[in-house]
Design a protein around this ligand. Sequence first.
Ligand SMILES: C[S@@+](CC[C@H](N)C(=O)[O-])C[C@H]1O[C@@H](n2cnc3c(N)ncnc32)[C@H](O)[C@@H]1O
Ligand code: SF4
Length: 309
Amino acid sequence: MPEAQFHADYEFLQKQQRLTYEEILRVARVAVGLGVSKIRLTGGEPLLDKNLTRLIAGLAKLPGVDDLALTTNGMLLAPMADKLAASGLQRITISLDSLDEDVFRRMSGGRGDLSTVLRGIEAAERAGLSPIKINVVVQRGVNDHTVIDLLDHFRGSGHIVRLIEFMDVGNRNGWRMDQVVPSQQLFDDVVRRWPLQSADKSYPGEVARRYTYVDGGGEIGFISSVTEPFCGDCSRARLSADGMLYTCLFATHGTDLRESLRNDADEAELTDILSRIWLQRADRYSELRSPELAEAHVQRKVEMYRIGG
Ligand SMILES: C[S@@+](CC[C@H](N)C(=O)[O-])C[C@H]1O[C@@H](n2cnc3c(N)ncnc32)[C@H](O)[C@@H]1O
Ligand code: SF4
């Protein structure tokens, strides 16, 4: 969210434009009825919501939700970790692109504080929010030279670092193909230092290719969304704070569920709407991606801060 546009006087969504927890739970209940078993709270930054534990408690109570996770930048995590775990959150993913202070500060818009995030990770560990995943988006010339140090730091900790190819999400990150470090190249760099052996997928449709260090240093994952797209296995839908349902990270449009929720659609109607959206879905942006088109920034894609990855 570039500061020039989202300045102090920017009019963010008003309370009545955002779904209430009750409305989110209604959508979640219907989705679970249709077979969804994994729910992730992301953002924006989910921990900015001081009452989030109420929503988590509601989601955790839904029969059929067997994986309840959250992705955060970690800045507000330390004081909340215990409460998150107590409300029913099972595990957490922290975005941390570098352990180099300068690189980290630059990549977090000058606001992030590395030691605060590391304290958040420790607190999450103590609270039992594991396995903890550390998401690292690798950008050539920005943080690629700090990846091995970061892996070294987390080896043996039980945390799973996942190296993610930099994607052309939204319309504002100025993406260029030459900024992408292909997973294969990262893999070769890692193997030169620590031999790896491949591990099975932990569930069908898992986005990361998993490996373990041969010397017992733990697990590492590679997410190759650009060079080896996995749209065929993609089973994710994303609900934005204002009630739009998007079936692809790169969607140019979504379906307004808030309207239906506020017009008192019952569970059967919502089930019908959701299943129709899912059955009609034909998303495969990453398989069709043309670097030239993506670099031209001509498509109006949903912004990442609305759908959180
Ligand atoms: C957008 S964040 C939202 C949640 C939270 N605010 C955070 O920082 O983790 C979700 C995930 O998307 C990843 N991400 C952001 N921009 C990306 C990009 N251009 N390519 C690939 N992954 C990206 C982040 O690293 C993060 O792990
Ligand atoms: S591009 Fe869209 S359909 Fe393909 S994996 Fe990503 S979110 Fe799923």
